[in-house]
Design a protein around this ligand. Structure first.
Ligand code: NAD
Length: 485
């Protein structure tokens, strides 16, 4: 049944003048009619956020904010099944993944930032004392104000709350613009936040697209104080231009073209398992997914065979069916893009080891945006397929002979998000991981996260780091006070 999703402003549902269809990517069926926010609705949301800052929310103490964040985590937990169902319907991802990754991580995001501010205090702190104690300096961290949170469709709730939790922890008011592809969990989050007892207006949701819609109306609004964004590098560049006239701070988590480097001394089975996870999780639609795998020549064939075997064993089926571990892509448009890379890879001389096409699926799924897990060999870093982000379940396998060559190949990219190094040589693990020009380098694992550690990218992959206190440094601004003694 098709239901309607409204914008949420100061706790109330707000219709738009137009609606758009939200599609279930597993079946192609319409699941929601979503009310698109025009410039007036976005303006109402920004005003509601400003009013919250000027009211009770603006006077909330740090300890109280930590309690409220924990209460939000509890309210998400209380709606766990509804969040899972909404996320699966919007994304088509295997239910198992939403159950073990997306929704638990959203809960963890709120708890983790509650811990960060409760421990650190985020109240005023001593900074420097001048020579001989002639002056005392202390700093008072303040909220930035109204923070625009713009999020993508691949891990909708997880990535939205990764921004909303620290923004609220810092005392900001939020206007969230979830992806047009996945509007449901951001809307449901408004219900959880209200139930947790946050003053209305601290969190608002506007729906719509990017250009000439809610996204650009929000970033171009004259009364927002910062933009925190996760999405494509090109969109990040557009948003930077939008906020440039008013010089607003931005935090950007953008695209990747992530490499894995596999040495002959790796634990072969564990490496194949880890690589397969890093290539195919969420149908390759994770910014951290590996798309380039450099493999020391002596183990190239065994690793390639193992990965092909893992790709063949992935179970493509309805997201809620028992044992499904491979879902569809998010949309027809995205599948067209990914499929065009599959065709390009062949034009560029790739040998297809597995996949490369659109699979046959059961009748009820035939309207969905399914794709095959795909692996190639025979490509080099000069190929477009090796330089542009595909954001699908595909990777190119490339042999190397020396450590120096592997480092050079892995770093030969305009992106700089994540890398993984597979080796049992401890010294080499440290050495190669440190040589990677990325925000996050893993050794013998992938996507293992401590939410307090810095997360972000270099180059086209982003600006800034978030996580624990790194997030709080973005979402607050200190005023330093210097008293002559
Ligand atoms: P996208 O850039 O197309 O859209 C992201 C959000 O920005 C959506 O809400 C969209 O409506 C909005 N938007 C688009 N144009 C806009 C504009 N001109 N002004 C304001 N808002 C605008 O990205 P996507 O396709 O939703 O997500 C996939 C991309 O996100 C991939 O490149 C992926 O690597 C990246 N990503 C990065 C991370 C990270 O942490 N680095 C995490 C997840 C996804």
């Amino acid at each position: 049944m098709t239901s309607e999703l409204f914008n949420v402003i100061a706790g109330a549902p707000v219709p738009g003048r137009r609606t758009f269809e939200n599609i279930d990517p597993a079946t192609g069926r319409v699941i929601h009619l979503v009310h698109e926010a025009d410039a007036d609705v976005v303006d109402q949301a920004v005003r509601a956020a400003r009013a919250a800052l000027q009211g009770e929310w603006g006077r909330t103490t740090v300890q109280r904010r930590a309690e409220l964040l924990r209460a939000i985590a509890d309210e998400i937990q209380a709606r766990f099944e509804r969040f899972v169902a909404a996320e699966v319907a919007d994304t088509g991802k295997p239910e198992q993944l939403a159950r073990t990754l997306d929704v638990p991580r959203a809960i963890a995001n709120f708890r983790s930032f509650a811990d960060t501010i409760a421990a650190r205090g985020l109240d005023s702190y001593l900074t420097e004392t001048a020579d001989g104690g002639t002056a005392l300096n202390y700093a008072v961290p303040k909220p930035l104000g109204v923070v625009a949170v713009i999020s993508p469709w691949n891990l909708p709730l997880l990535l939205l709350t990764w921004k909303v939790a620290p923004a609220l922890a810092g005392g900001n008011a939020v206007v969230a613009k979830p992806s047009e592809e996945t509007p449901a969990t951001a809307t449901l989050l408004a219900e959880a936040i209200s139930a947790a007892g946050l003053p209305e207006g601290a969190y608002n949701v506007v729906h719509g697209f990017g250009p000439d819609s809610a996204g650009s109306y929000l970033t171009e609004h004259g009364d927002i104080d910062a933009v925190t964004f996760t999405g494509e590098s090109r969109t990040g560049s557009t948003i930077m231009r939008a906020v440039a006239p008013r010089v607003r701070p931005v935090s950007f988590e953008l695209g990747g073209k992530n490499a894995a480097v596999v040495f002959a001394d790796c634990d072969i089975e564990a490496t194949i398992d880890g690589l397969a996870r890093s290539i195919f999780t969420n149908t390759g639609q994770v910014c951290l997914c590996t798309e380039r795998v450099y493999i020391e020549r002596a183990v190239f064939d065994v690793i390639a065979e193992g990965l092909v075997d893992r790709a063949r064993r992935l179970r493509t089926a309805h997201p809620s069916a028992e044992g499904t571990d491979f879902g569809p892509l998010i949309s027809q448009q995205h599948r067209d893009k990914v499929k065009s890379f599959f065709d390009l890879a062949v034009e560029e001389g790739a040998e297809v080891l597995v996949g490369g096409g659109i699979p046959r699926v059961e009748d009820q799924l035939s309207g969905g945006f399914w794709i095959e897990p795909t692996l190639w060999k025979g490509l080099t870093n000069t190929n477009r397929v090796m330089r542009e982000e595909i954001f699908g379940p595909a990777a190119a396998l490339v042999p190397f002979d020396t450590e120096a060559e592997a480092i050079e190949l892995a770093n030969d990219t305009d992106y700089g998000l994540a890398a993984a190094v597979w080796t049992t040589n401890l010294k080499r693990g440290h050495r190669v991981a440190q040589a990677m020009n990325v925000g996050m380098a893993w050794v013998n694992t992938w996507y293992l996260r401590d939410l307090r550690s810095p997360f972000g990218g270099m180059g086209l992959s982003g600006i800034g780091r978030e996580g624990g206190i790194h997030s709080m440094n973005f979402y607050t601004e200190p005023t330093n006070i210097c008293i002559a003694l």
